[in-house]
Design a binder for this molecule. Sequence first.
Ligand code: E4P
Length: 218
Amino acid sequence: MKYLIDSGDTEQIARICDYYPIDGITTNPSIVAKAGKDLKTLITEIRAIIGHEKMLHVQALSETADDIMEEAKRICDFSGENTYVKIPVTVDGIKAIKNLHKKGYKLTGTAIFTPQQAMLAACAGADFVAPYINRLDNISTNGIEIAENIHKMLSDAGLDTEVLAASFSNVEQIHMTAMHGVTALTISPALFDKMLYHPLTINAVHEFIANGSKYYNI
Ligand code: E4P
């Protein structure tokens, strides 16, 4: 499983990277706005924490294919190696993915709500496609089923594009998405902690300490 942190909170990014097995960070314009920092400043701060071994997904905000392509170059200039440009799967977005892929960019098709959007992004050359699980669930569509369909379609078609499931609001959505074959998840810092929480684990640890500490003179 690839675990990514969906956040622009640098304190939380540092904490989660310190404790958990993390493969990268995802951001989007709303996450950048929440951090309240200029994009370049925020990305530089995140890179200072994570280095260049971990992936960093940075979203383009432009709307036309030409503008997205120019923005992708600027994003990669200041984000450095191992940067994935996130591009929403609009008509212009698909054109930009197709052309940027030919130039060797690493790309993530984002704002995905249907399997056909994901398939077009994958065929255009996206390395990852990001379906929004909770936003689908919020409109009475089964986000997990959509992610599963996308995963199956990509693998049936023999494409290397990976599903990077995004937009989770609870641990059950994460669990069910993982159960249906998805192997990359981007998760908020708070949900990482919730994934581990279990009162019986805490009780068990307290019990071990109470029983064993007298004998552990090591
Ligand atoms: C990440 O790639 C997405 O931009 C993000 O997960 C969207 O999440 P939200 O629906 O919680 O805003």
